[in-house]
Design a protein around this ligand. Sequence first.
Ligand code: DC
Length: 221
Amino acid sequence: MSFCIAVDGPAGAGKSTIAKLVAKKMNLIYVDTGAMYRAMAYYLISQNTDLANGQEISEKCQGADIRIVYENGEQVVILNGENVNPYLRTEEVGNAASVSSANGSVRAKLVELQQRMAEDTDLIMDGRDIGTCVLPKAQLKIYLTASSRVRALRRYHELVAKGQACNLEEIEADIIDRDYRDMNREISPLKQAADAVLLDTSDMTIEEVVGKIISLAEERK
Ligand code: DC
């Protein structure tokens, strides 16, 4: 059986930064499931889908063939034969993903792909429902969080470093909205699995969080 670490938590908690570092140090494959939901949202936008219409999302999502490949250790999402990584990290796609990921047909399709990946590969997978739904038997489950202010500040500094104009209050309001949608949807809402370890990273450095997860993982190997 493969060795799996499940990492869940709200937007901006640092899941991907932390999971990538743990993957490198422990020689695991890193699976970013948010990128799959983003690729699906990107496809739905490209098909002019009305995201308020669940029936339309259920029908149109069947036209998206999503695959994951690795190039130089980086996850690449292939949508209908095309590498869509360059288009996934915009606010528009992120917000659309938060809406379309509430749809049962979208989730069924992507969860199946995620479970297949974990069948025979040692990995660390991050998302919103990994410990609760995708990998209920993961050897280690982490629920990573931080206050909305700290998460907004991290995002703000990222955007400022890229030279993009932004407003901290707006970023925090967006994060609070996204949390609400992700935590209150009917299917697989974001919540801490009963057997997950809670890590609040508001006052922790990246190195501290990575070290903590590796020591927990070593205990369970
Ligand atoms: O982690 P992220 O910001 O890339 O995720 C984008 C959206 O996808 C997020 O708002 C909720 C959704 N998502 C999900 O529903 N389940 C997952 N396992 C991962 C992401």
